[in-house]
Design a protein around this ligand. Structure first.
Ligand code: HEC
Length: 102
């Protein structure tokens, strides 16, 4: 329970102090991501393995997931490799882009 409260607090803090991500840049640099996360096709794709949908997800959630992969808190080899190549600004831009998709 404590953990959940902490997470909610962190989420609201990062909401207030969120340096606005650049949606246009996020679109450009998330090009490789859509190969797996398949935004343009997510409605009709039947993925061979589960790849979470990113479009329309909460911006702070996407950013914190990417940071967790980057620092090794979340373990998934593919995503760790992806996240390690991203700067904090890249993460902000990408998160803003995916969150903007409806
Ligand atoms: C090779 C395929 C592949 C590529 C390329 C890829 N991903 Fe992923 N991604 C996955 C898979 C599989 C998971 C689920 C991993 C897990 O269960 O932790 C995932 C999980 C995620 C999650 C967590 C979603 C959630 O609901 O918890 C985020 C955020 C994410 N990816 C963002 C990205 C971004 C941004 C890029 C581009 C920089 C990217 N991914 C590129 C396969 C990929």
């Amino acid at each position: 329970m404590k953990k959940v409260i902490m997470m909610l607090m962190l989420t609201s803090i990062s909401f207030q102090g969120f340096s606005a991500g650049n949606i246009e840049n996020g679109k450009v640099i998330s090009y490789t991501c859509t190969g797996c996360h398949g935004i343009p096709f997510y409605k009709n794709a039947a993925p061979v393995y589960h790849v979470p949908r990113l479009g329309g997800q909460n911006e702070a959630y996407i950013a914190s997931a990417l940071k967790a992969y980057k620092n090794g808190e979340r373990s998934h080899e593919t995503m760790q490799v992806q996240a390690k190549s991203l700067s904090d600004q890249d993460i902000a831009d990408i998160s803003a882009y995916f969150a903007s998709l409806k």
